[in-house]
Design a protein around this ligand. Structure first.
Ligand SMILES: Cc1ncc(C[n+]2csc(CCOP(=O)(O)OP(=O)(O)O)c2C)c(N)n1
Ligand SMILES: [Mg+2]
Length: 366
């Protein structure tokens, strides 16, 4: 545990909380009780959200869904260090845990997975781009925003999220190069969950770690045990401090495991062994934090029961809100893409407006 040298002794890896809930006291960050309970609660909320989403999908109440099960520590340990007012989230498609931690209502996140434009997060008080499904493309946006923030002297950080698979895209390398040269206020945050759909990490790259790639671009980088919420907390606190102090970009590789299918359209049992999944089950991020909190008497069984109850009530409430949203307005497909709409979209907009008016027999306001 603690800091270990990897990749020719030049890259560090951090572990604080082991799979049995024991900590490395020497490297234990100063975190007060409230923050620890907050991270634990967020992880439980993510798990409850995720389990409900899978059920909703099976019942046909939402569409295809990408589970974050297993990645809760990698998301909560970072999110708790982010600023709702200053930082930009430039997400991929598996960051629902970070979004809810920063206050995006859960029914809005569910609505994205229902194919509803309102799930693209326009106006919820935080700076957040919509989910990006073209793998890796969002990193260039994250670096562009980070460069603009550096130029304008803004206080925030742009966090660009990526998976291990995304680091094989040219976009990742271009983003890293620009980040290094222009000292972007950007954190490149890689959740290495071991798989890009059915492609395992070993077939993805010959590199031992993704963190070591930062060296080539002169971007400080660290690998953390991504199932250890305390290590993720500490590594991201340091990385964000570094960027906030005007020292340029940083890269974190959080090594974790995607416990479920890639999405509900996948069947992971066709390419992974039950033994491998069981190995990671024993390293569950929530379970190990629970053991630590209980052993240290930071929470009791009654506290945990209360947390479980409150997150499951919150998730049920979110489903009720989701299902009582008025239907989406079809005209919104023309909004938010262009500042100045091209002629052909204006034409289509008029056609749809006329069509809807003839269907509904009333004037569509727009
Ligand atoms: C440019 C591009 N290529 C391929 C795909 C299909 N695809 C969707 S997700 C994915 C794997 C992504 O793996 P990773 O970056 O590790 O993220 P994870 O799904 O593990 O969170 C692929 C290949 C895509 N969406 N975009
Ligand atoms: Mg992956």
């Amino acid at each position: 545990m603690g800091y270990k040298k990897i990749f020719r002794g030049e890259t560090l890896r951090l572990e604080i909380l082991d799979k049995d809930g024991r900590i490395d006291r020497k490297n234990m960050p100063e975190i007060d009780r409230d923050h620890m309970i907050r991270m634990f609660t967020l992880m439980k909320q993510m798990r409850a959200f995720d389990e409900k989403a899978l059920n909703l999908q099976r019942q046909g109440r939402i569409g295809t869904y990408g589970s974050l099960r297993g990645q809760e520590a990698a998301q909560a340990g970072l999110a708790i260090n982010l600023s709702e007012t200053d930082d930009w989230l430039v997400q991929s498609f598996r960051e629902h845990g970070v979004l809810m931690s920063l206050g995006i209502p859960m029914h809005i996140i569910y609505s994205y997975w229902k194919g509803d434009e309102r799930g693209n997060l326009g106006e919820h008080g935080i700076k957040c781009l919509p989910p990006s499904v073209p793998v890796g493309s969002q990193l260039l946006h994250a670096v562009g925003i980070g460069m603009a923030m550096a130029k304008r002297g803004l206080p925030g950080v742009a966090v660009g999220f990526a998976g291990d698979g995304a680091t094989s895209e040219g976009d990742f390398h271009e983003a890293m190069n620009f980040a290094g040269v222009f000292k972007a206020r950007t954190l490149i945050y890689i959740q290495n969950n071991g798989w890009a759909i059915s492609v395992p990490f070993k077939k993805q790259t010959a590199a031992e770690s993704l963190a070591q790639r930062g060296l080539a671009y002169n971007v400080p980088s660290i690998q953390v045990d991504g199932n250890d919420v305390l290590a993720v907390y500490e590594a991201s606190r340091k990385a964000l401090d570094h960027i906030r102090s005007g020292n340029g970009p940083y890269l974190i590789e959080a090594v974790t495991f995607r416990m479920g299918d890639h999405t509900t359209a996948d069947d992971q049992s066709r390419y992974r062994t039950p033994e491998l999944v069981a190995y990671w089950e024993e390293r569950d991020p929530i379970q190990r934090m629970r053991t630590f909190l209980v052993n240290e008497k930071i929470i009791s069984q009654a506290d945990e029961d209360a947390i479980s109850h409150s997150v499951s009530e919150a998730v049920d409430g979110a489903v009720r809100e989701l299902e009582s949203m008025p239907p989406p307005d079809p005209m919104t497909i023309f909004e938010t893409m262009y500042a100045e709409k091209p002629w052909h979209l204006k034409e289509q907009q008029t056609m749809l407006k006329t069509e809807l008016e003839s269907m509904h027999g009333k004037e569509v306001v727009r």
